[in-house]
Ligand binder design. Structure first.
Ligand code: SAM
Length: 296
């Protein structure tokens, strides 16, 4: 692994740690924080430090770094200082222009992918990438599923998410927690108070890390999509048994697919009345593997 220069030390002179500065800057450009894009800017230098200290030093095979949602650059200015090429994802045209206007953005080394990250992740599909993101909360789940589906060699990341979302990932059996856990180890780092952001979000946040397992259970895009379909089926319609969901969920065009899913349940001896929360993550992986192997 290239160890490289990681990130420059904390720059306490970064000007947007103060809400008054953010307001002054945005107002002078006749814009304001966009709720629809989940713009809650990080304003606490200690949390920025925590984000970078959560970056695993020698553990990964990284060839580039990504940042989802650059905002005013509180993470970008540090990420850009590493030796790695960086791919920045940002949807807001004003913030994209702002990013490019900063001296730390070097056109020959860094790439800005302007637009919806969900559509642009395929541009790094063949990279061994590590990703940072204080995520826009309105699409957190979609970001994780899209990035795990699109980037087979995703190495891991440090992410700010809503606290409740993080708890669901770590403590509960849900479709998203089973999905992510198939590919990555999920680690809770810290609860983050609303006051660390401007404007303050409605809910508390949490910092988590993902670390990809060296061997994936589902490798091709098709396999990952089938695995996703299996989970979507079993978590469709609350309180339904697994067999009922397999027979009735509206995601299949052929009866053969439904039958194959039921056969997979029988093969691993799932009793008739079992509901999704009664299975272990490994049992879901086994069912999906059989479903895929039988070529449904
Ligand atoms: N990284 C900055 C920080 O920590 O202050 C900004 C974080 S803010 C919570 C989320 C950022 O994601 C915003 O800059 C927002 O414009 C951007 N964003 C929102 N939706 C996006 C999308 N679909 N694709 C790419 N960026 C998006």
């Amino acid at each position: 692994m290239k160890t490289g220069n990681l990130f420059l030390p904390q720059n306490f002179n970064f000007e947007f740690y103060k809400p008054s500065k953010i307001n002054e800057f945005l107002r002078s450009n006749q814009v304001s924080p966009q709720k629809k894009w989940g713009q809650n800017f990080l304003i606490d230098p200690n949390i920025v430090e925590l984000i970078f200290s959560s970056f695993p030093k020698n553990d990964y095979e990284i060839e580039c770094i990504g940042e989802i949602g650059t905002g005013l650059g509180v993470l970008s200015h540090r990420i850009a200082s590493s030796d790695y090429p960086v791919f920045f994802f940002e949807i807001d045209p004003f913030l994209c222009k702002f990013l490019q206007s900063n001296a730390y953005f070097q056109k020959n080394k860094h790439t800005l992918l302007q637009g919806d990250v969900l559509k642009n992740l395929n541009q790094v599909a063949n990279k061994k990438i590590f990703i940072f993101g204080n995520l826009p909360y309105y699409i957190t789940s979609d970001i994780f599923t899209t990035l795990l589906k699109t980037i087979p060699e995703f190495q891991g990341g440090v992410f700010m998410v809503q606290k409740e979302f993080a708890k669901r990932l770590i403590e509960e059996i849900s479709s998203i927690s089973i999905f992510i856990s198939a590919f990555c180890e999920i680690k809770w780092i810290k609860k983050i108070s609303k006051t660390c952001f401007y404007p303050s979000p409605k809910e508390e946040s949490a910092l988590i890390t993902l670390k990809s397992f060296p061997n994936r259970i589902f490798t091709t895009k098709l396999e990952v999509e089938k695995f996703e379909l299996v989970l979507k089926t079993f978590f469709w319609g609350k309180r339904k048994t697994l067999y009922k969901s397999a027979k009735e969920a509206p995601f299949y065009s052929s009866i053969k697919e439904r039958d194959t899913l039921c056969e997979a349940l029988v093969e691993i001896k799932v009793p008739e009345k079992t509901r999704p929360e009664q299975l272990t993550k490994n049992q879901f992986y086994e069912i999906a593997k059989i479903f895929i192997k039988k070529g449904a």
